[in-house]
Design a protein. Structure first.
Length: 352
């Protein structure tokens, strides 16, 4: 059924389709009976899938990666689709329009996307009230709670030497509104951002955030999202720094700048231009990074795996490599709203 709908949706610009589809879902979920029907068809509940990671109780290990619901507009709807957690953002201190359109491209032959969105978001002052409203209405019992992560970044105009101030602002403003934080220094779509993955720059940002964290009555888990394009030496530095600043987890991986071994014609790739590649082509490298990080840390730092997850078998592969949780994004676009249910059913069967 979804494959036919996907063919129709793929006839239109991807960014327009994204908002159209989510707004249709939002309209439907305003009616209690329709939301209940959606949950009945797309949620899969199994106590065997529940787990506690970095001190948080997850109903299931399948989450939605940052960049899909940048502005915390669709939490109610994503909950109805059965996600165990949703990462909002990337959020920056000030709202910004992002890069010029078009900036999101499909590569159907590769089951992939290329994006150069550029941290387009409404800014922390507009996103915060939405999260407060969500928290005021969500269930108080933890066994029914959708976990919300806050993915934070810097504004495009902020020089790298002052980047830590932007991360501090977002962390402080959203502290009471999200369950955990992810520091994003690995997007290829903000000029110079990936330079912040170098050890000293990263240490400044993470240390400042942990100082703020330590002053709170109850600390929030702090995670770091990394690129798949890092060298082994850079991964070693990140692991050493993770222990030094007491990170709670890692997200591996973000999109890649590589264009190797794609089925899409090079002429089309040249027309599309720069951007981060996600989906099936990232799967192998993402799993390799997860495996390396898990081995190097002896499993002491939980990993959220992201990159090329379309099926339950893909999720299982990431978990066998050392991941505690998984995130989908491009897979959601290609597989449709049943992706979470299908993955959870597969994982539950594996445990049986």
């Amino acid at each position: 059924m979804y494959s036919l709908l996907r063919e129709l949706l793929f006839c239109f610009p991807p960014e327009d389709v994204h908002y159209f589809a989510m707004n249709v879902l939002k309209t439907g979920c305003r009616v209690g009976a329709i939301k209940s029907l959606i949950k009945k068809n797309f949620c899969f509940k199994d106590t065997g899938l529940e787990k506690t990671v970095f001190g948080l109780p997850f109903n299931n290990p399948v989450g939605l990666g940052a960049g899909f619901d940048k502005n915390a507009l669709y939490l109610n709807e994503l909950e109805a689709l059965g996600f165990g957690f949703v990462e909002i953002g990337t959020v920056t201190p000030k709202g910004q329009p992002g890069n010029d359109k078009p900036r999101l491209f499909r590569l159907p032959q590769d089951k992939a996307l290329i994006n150069r969105m550029g941290f387009n978001n409404d800014g922390v002052s507009m996103i915060k009230p939405r999260l407060i409203e969500w928290n005021n209405h969500r269930p108080k019992t933890t066994d029914q709670r959708l976990i919300i992560g806050g993915n934070i970044g810097k504004n495009k105009v902020t020089p790298n030497e002052d980047a830590w101030k932007d991360y501090n602002t977002c962390f402080t403003e959203l502290f009471e509104c999200v369950d955990y934080f992810v520091v994003n220094v690995s997007s290829p779509n903000t000029p110079g951002l990936r330079e912040l993955q170098e050890k000293e720059s990263l240490k400044k940002i993470l240390s400042e955030l942990q100082n703020i964290n330590a002053a709170q009555a109850k600390q929030k888990p702090l995670l770091l999202k990394i690129a798949p394009d890092l060298t082994q030496e850079q991964l070693d530095d990140i692991v050493a720094l993770s222990f030094e600043v007491k990170l709670d987890g890692l997200v591996a991986t973000n999109t890649t700048i590589s264009r190797e071994q794609l089925q899409t014609p090079n002429s089309k790739l040249q027309t599309i231009g720069a951007g981060g590649l996600s989906g099936l082509p990232v799967k192998k490298r993402s799993t390799e990074v997860v495996q390396y990080l898990s081995t190097l840390t002896s499993g002491r730092i939980p990993i959220i795996a992201s990159g090329g997850i379309f099926t339950g078998a893909d999720a299982k592969e990431k978990m066998e490599a050392g991941a505690s949780l998984v995130q989908v994004w491009t897979g959601f676009v290609y597989e449709g709203p049943s992706i979470t249910k299908n993955i959870c059913q597969f994982l539950a069967q594996q445990k049986a």
